[in-house]
Design a binder for this molecule. Structure first.
Ligand SMILES: C[S@@+](CC[C@H](N)C(=O)[O-])C[C@H]1O[C@@H](n2cnc3c(N)ncnc32)[C@H](O)[C@@H]1O
Length: 228
């Protein structure tokens, strides 16, 4: 049997050739700028279908969204189409930043969405966002630094905050954090392959109102909710 990844790679090449290239767009094809064994993951985009499902839970589309490791900018493009009013991205590979900026210009979104060329560990603008999206962008070592940056941001500027982590290989880093609580697991499929998404939340109002450790409170609530 042909492995699912090969089916996806070939489908993406066809999508690029017949639907994107004629319009001057370039999102679908994978791109591998890193050495084997690198802590950075290669570029592979989230599909339209998965993004639409992942973001259907957000009624408020004015929440500012940041895609950490945005690659060629497909998440920015598609969330704009879904009606989100502010979606930006950060990306550490210069060639992909150039492709993302070209895609946004072709799609008429250059004034709406920004792509920051920076490593997620060094980004200084996290305070401006309330929803973080990640599709397995890097391995544990980098994730630990990035989660620290997010914790610093939430301590400095407490706010409602959701992390949508698709294909959450390094979820342990969030599980170990005192600030983030795993609110929901969403199981999706690509053909016969399971593609999970974990939703982590931080809610300062909840903590202030009820007292106690945010993580413990919500964990208890989840269990009580599940028991009903
Ligand atoms: C699996 S792709 C996801 C692309 C996009 N978020 C999507 O879902 O369509 C991961 C991306 O993370 C980027 N990346 C890896 N390490 C990074 C880092 N330390 N800082 C910023 N971007 C990074 C890669 O270059 C790649 O474009």
């Amino acid at each position: 049997m042909v492995p699912v990844v090969h089916i996806k790679t070939w489908t993406d090449k066809l999508i690029y050739r017949f639907f994107e290239a004629p319009k001057g767009l370039d999102f679908a094809c994978n791109y591998y700028p890193y050495e084997k064994g690198s802590d950075h993951m290669w570029y592979e985009r989230t599909t339209k279908k998965h993004l639409s499902m992942l973001f259907s839970r957000f009624a408020d589309k004015s929440l500012p969204v940041l895609d950490i490791g945005c690659g060629k900018g497909f998440v920015l493009y598609w969330l704009n189409k879904l009606g989100f009013s502010r979606v930006d991205g950060i990306e550490c590979d210069q060639a992909m930043v150039a492709v993302a900026n070209r895609n946004l210009a072709v799609a008429g979104l250059a004034d709406q969405s920004k792509v920051f060329h920076v490593d997620a560990r060094a980004f200084s603008g996290y305070d401006d966002y309330q929803v973080i999206y990640m599709f397995h962008p890097f391995k544990e070592r980098i994730m630990r630094d990035v989660v620290k940056r997010l914790e610093e941001s939430l301590t400095r500027a407490p706010r409602q905050f959701v992390v949508v982590y698709f294909y959450p290989v390094e979820h342990r880093v969030f599980d170990e954090s005192d600030l983030f609580l795993l609110r929901e697991k969403h199981v999706m499929y690509f053909i016969n392959t399971v593609m999970d998404a974990y939703y982590y939340e931080f809610d300062p109002a909840h903590t202030a109102r009820r007292g106690g450790r945010f993580r413990d409170l919500l964990e208890r609530e989840m269990q009580e909710g599940n028991a009903k």
